[in-house]
Design a protein around this ligand. Structure first.
Ligand code: HEC
Ligand code: HEC
Ligand code: HEC
Ligand code: HEC
Ligand code: HEC
Ligand code: HEC
Length: 155
C-alpha cells in the first residue's frame, strides 16, 4: 500500500541521494536490483542513519554479502572493529569496488604505515611501495576480508 514504489518513494524527498546511485561503481538501486529499505529501516530504528543494524556488526551488508561475515580463523581487524564503511562507500563511488580511495594501496597505507593512527602493522621493508608490483596489495593479500587458512590473507 505504498504511495509509490521504491526507490522513487524515497527519492521524492531524498533527491540529493540520487546522484550516489548514478556513480560508475554502485549498488544498482535505480535499476531495481536492490532497495533502499534493504539497508535502511524507513520507519526509524536504534542505529545511526536508520540502518538495519549498526555499522559495527554490519548486518545490513551481511544479509547479501554473507561470505564476508566470518568468523574467520584470521580476521582482518577493521571489519569487526569499524565495519564495512571504513573501506567502502555504501551507496556508490567513483572508485572501483566502491572503495574510499581510488587506488587500493592508498587505502591500506592509511592504516599500515607509521604515519597512520588506526594502526595495523607497518608493511615489511621488502615491500617497495614505489613499484607497481607492490602497489597492487590485493594481488597477494587476496582474502582481504579474512581467511581461514593464512594469517596474511594470501588465500
Ligand atoms: C515525505 C518525505 C520523505 C520520504 C518519502 C522519505 N523520507 Fe527519509 N527522511 C525524511 C526526513 C524529513 C528525514 C529527516 C532528515 C533529517 O533529520 O535531516 C528523513 C530521514 C531519513 C534517514 C536518516 C538520515 C540521517 O541523516 O540520519 C534515512 C536513512 C532515510 N530518511 C531513508 C529513507 C528511505 C529509505 C525512504 C524510502 C523508503 C525514505 N527515507 C522516504 C523525509 C522522507
Ligand atoms: C547497500 C546499503 C544501502 C542502500 C541500498 C542504501 N543506503 Fe543509504 N546509507 C547506507 C549506509 C551504510 C549509510 C551511512 C553512511 C555513513 O555513515 O557513512 C547510508 C546513509 C544514508 C543517508 C544519510 C546520508 C548522510 O549524508 O548522512 C540517507 C538520507 C540515505 N542513506 C538514504 C538512502 C536512500 C534514499 C536510498 C535508496 C535510494 C539508500 N539510502 C540506499 C546504506 C545504504
Ligand atoms: C540486498 C542485497 C545487498 C545488500 C544489503 C548490500 N549489497 Fe553490496 N552488492 C549487492 C549486489 C547484488 C552487488 C553486485 C553489484 C551489481 O552488479 O549490482 C553488490 C556489490 C557490492 C560491492 C562490489 C561493487 C563492485 O564494484 O564490484 C561492494 C563493495 C558492496 N556491494 C558492499 C556492500 C556494503 C558495504 C553493504 C552494506 C552497507 C552492502 N554491500 C549491502 C547486494 C547487496
Ligand atoms: C580493510 C578494508 C575493507 C573492509 C573493512 C571491507 N572491505 Fe570489502 N573490499 C576491500 C578491498 C580492498 C576490496 C577489493 C579487493 C580486490 O581488489 O580484489 C573489496 C572488495 C569487496 C567486494 C567485491 C569483491 C568481492 O570480494 O566480492 C565486496 C562485495 C565487498 N568488498 C564487501 C564488503 C563487506 C560486506 C564488508 C563488511 C562486512 C567489507 N567489504 C569490508 C576492502 C575492505
Ligand atoms: C582501517 C584500518 C585498516 C585498513 C584500511 C587496512 N588494514 Fe590491514 N589491518 C588493520 C589492523 C588493525 C590489523 C590487525 C593488526 C593486529 O592484529 O595486530 C590488520 C592486519 C592486516 C594484516 C595481517 C598482519 C598480521 O601480522 O597478521 C595484513 C596482511 C593486512 N592487514 C593487509 C592489509 C591490506 C593489504 C589492506 C588494504 C587492502 C589493509 N590491510 C587495509 C587495519 C587496517
Ligand atoms: C608480491 C606480493 C605482495 C604484495 C603485492 C603485497 N604484499 Fe604484503 N606481504 C607479502 C609477504 C610475502 C608478506 C610477509 C609474510 C611473512 O612474513 O611470512 C607480507 C606481509 C604484509 C603485512 C604484515 C606485516 C607484519 O609485520 O605482520 C602487511 C601489513 C602487508 N603485507 C601489507 C601490504 C600492503 C599494504 C600492500 C600494498 C601496498 C602489500 N602488502 C602488498 C606479500 C605481498
Amino acid at each position: 500500500m505504498l504511495a509509490k514504489s521504491e526507490p522513487q518513494l524515497c527519492i521524492t524527498c531524498h533527491s540529493e541521494m540520487k546522484v550516489d546511485f548514478t556513480r560508475p561503481f554502485r549498488h544498482r538501486v535505480m535499476e531495481g536490483a536492490i532497495k533502499c529499505s534493504d539497508c535502511h529501516n524507513p520507519h526509524g530504528g536504534f542505529d545511526q542513519k536508520q540502518l538495519r543494524a549498526s555499522n559495527g556488526t554490519d548486518v545490513a551488508c551481511l544479509k547479501c554479502h554473507i561470505d564476508k561475515q566470518g568468523p574467520f580463523v584470521f580476521e582482518h581487524a577493521p571489519l569487526k572493529t569499524e565495519g564495512c564503511t571504513i573501506c567502502h562507500i555504501p551507496h556508490g563511488a567513483n572508485n572501483p569496488k566502491m572503495l574510499r580511495r581510488d587506488r587500493v594501496f592508498q587505502l591500506c597505507i592509511e592504516c599500515h604505515s607509521n604515519v597512520g593512527t588506526v594502526g595495523g602493522p607497518n608493511t615489511p621493508s621488502f615491500h617497495n611501495l614505489n613499484s607497481a608490483r607492490y602497489q597492487n596489495c590485493t594481488t597477494c593479500h587476496v582474502k582481504i576480508h579474512g581467511s581461514n587458512t593464512q594469517r596474511f590473507f594470501f588465500r
